[in-house]
Design a protein around this ligand. Structure first.
Ligand code: ADP
Ligand code: MN
Ligand code: MN
Ligand code: MN
Length: 339
């Protein structure tokens, strides 16, 4: 038997953006615990905006488990928040995702690393570094600074150790801005892993006195890029049958529900979806082959394969909740009859 350190993590009730929360439970197991072996736990919801003080118990229901190699016998236990009667809490976005094994998502998380209130590499007292140009996929101290690469590479290792399907990293267009991608098969998997990857990154940065800034336009109305979280998606039907007629019906549904999509694609998105910096305006919906100025980009391969494959919704922003994004995309897809 060994004592395992179980870090139960969940999303709190703050709006418009939920925060990650976590607390540790020490428990003995003969080997690394399986999901089925992990008990329900609870927390004081009145301290996380999830309950009133007079009836404050919320339940943590484990839904996925990951090794945490920063600790001896470390375990991350991703949880859904439930009411004591076993029904999902209103802040539980994961519970709203239709469970479909054949639906796959790939999220591209862009973010800024901030230190002392400015992006890493910006002059601390104010002002700006040289304009955008050489930072995207850049090399060299003048482009990426000194500690950013150590942070993003360490984060990659932590994700891989945890079994997360991390697919890659790139330095982004603005100084201090980075991206990583996570892909998952099954409608909840990539979103689960995105939340755990965010948790690992935010926690890793503590010791560097660095903050992960997920705001979609942290530098405001300037010539500095904002951050997105492009959502790439495919269903079993889209990958194996597809077809132009179905694709056009699907895009008509995305157009019809554009406001419902924007509502869960992250706050302040009007600052980012301006029609500039490789975006479409927030109030318009369009799609285009290989068009990075479209709401939905259709990869060349999709058209070449007879309208089969995956699509990229470019509107979700870096602060969006991948649970709500996946849930909405699937809801819209499921309004479209298959010919
Ligand atoms: P870009 O920056 O050109 O938009 P990336 O390589 O950063 O492209 O991201 C592409 C994403 O598409 C990855 O997250 C990948 O996992 C995802 N993806 C690829 N194939 C599929 C698929 N069939 N279904 C869903 N997502 C997919
Ligand atoms: Mn990308
Ligand atoms: Mn990008
Ligand atoms: Mn993309």
């Amino acid at each position: 038997m060994a004592k395992y350190k179980l870090e139960y993590i969940w999303l709190d009730g703050y709006t418009p953006v939920a925060n990650l929360r976590g607390k540790s439970l020490i428990k003995e197991f003969s080997s690394f615990p399986t999901l089925e072996e992990l008990p329900l736990w609870g927390f004081d919801g009145s301290s996380t905006r999830q309950a009133e003080g007079h009836s404050s118990d919320c339940v943590l229901k484990p839904v996925a488990v990951y090794p945490d190699t920063t600790k001896k016998n470390g375990v991350i236990v991703l949880c859904e928040v439930m009411h004591p009667d076993g029904t999902p809490h209103s802040t539980n976005g994961r519970a709203t995702i239709h469970d479909e094994a054949g639906t796959w998502f790939g999220f591209e998380q862009e973010y800024f690393l901030y230190k002392d209130g400015v992006p890493l590499g910006f002059p601390p007292g104010g002002g700006y570094p040289p304009p955008q140009g050489k930072y995207y996929t850049g090399v060299g101290y003048e482009n990426v600074g000194d500690i950013a690469r150590e942070i993003v590479e360490t984060h990659l290792d932590l994700c891989l150790d945890a079994g997360i399907n991390h697919e890659g990293i790139n330095a982004e267009v603005a100084k201090g801005q980075w991206e990583f991608q996570i892909f998952g098969k099954g409608s909840k998997k990539a979103a689960d892993e995105m939340w755990v990857a965010r948790y690992l990154l935010i926690r890793l940065c503590e010791k560097y006195k660095v903050t992960v800034n997920l705001h979609c336009k942290p530098l405001g109305d300037t010539d500095w890029n904002g951050s997105g979280m492009h959502a790439n998606f495919s269903t079993d039907y889209l990958r194996t049958v597809g077809g132009k007629e179905y694709f056009e019906a699907l895009m008509a549904a995305f157009d019809k529900y554009k406001n419902e999509h924007i509502a869960v694609y992250g706050p302040d998105n009007h600052l980012r979806l301006t029609g500039l910096h490789e975006t479409q305006s927030i109030d318009k919906f369009n799609y285009g082959v290989a068009n990075r100025g479209a709401s939905i980009r259709v990869p060349h391969s999709f058209v070449n394969n007879g309208y089969k494959g995956y699509l990229e919704d470019r509107r979700p922003n870096s602060q969006g909740d991948p649970y709500l994004i996946a849930s909405r995309i699937l809801q819209t897809i499921n309004t479209v009859p298959k010919p």
